[in-house]
Write a protein that binds this ligand. Sequence first.
Ligand code: SF4
Length: 197
Amino acid sequence: MELRRRGFIKLTGAGLAASTLGALGFGPSGEALAAAVRPFKLAATTETRNTCSYCAVACGILVYSAGDRAKNAKSNIIHIEGDPDHPVNRGTLCPKGSALLDVVHAPTRLEQPKYRAPGSNEFKPVSWDFALDRIARLMKHDRDANFIARNANGATVNRWLTTGMLAASASSTETAYLTWKTVRSMGMLIFDNQARV
Ligand code: SF4
């Protein structure tokens, strides 16, 4: 057998890896042991299905949090992996998706809305109720003032051009469809979504 340099390195590398694993006790029985041990890591966790928040591929993920949602128990996400039942990624994740746990626990992560009042130079944390009420009020005010029912020729156009919406990709196809329908039903034409719905 002719053995070139690259093939020699591969062969010796594979042999070394096999002998090392063997020395550590990893053979078929070692793999079975690892498979048996793995569920214990997640045994007392709560599993939640979600969508990766990074890009338009929208891969399905499984989020595991410590605690069983009992009253007074604080949940803490300890593990995230690809959802093997999700039709988009079948359990796989790219390097960004694989690092989602770091995003969840990043000290710089924004966890609540912030509001800068007119004339202020400072953003202050506010409740979701406050933020959503204010957005809804401003949208209605602007739509009432600027909605165009007919164009110059009298044709019905029903459009609202002074407010736009930018939606996120971290949503299912169904959620993206409903977002599109909601926005368009108000007559809004300026709309984009990272997932390009
Ligand atoms: S895992 Fe990667 S490819 Fe999938 S949605 Fe997240 S960033 Fe996109």
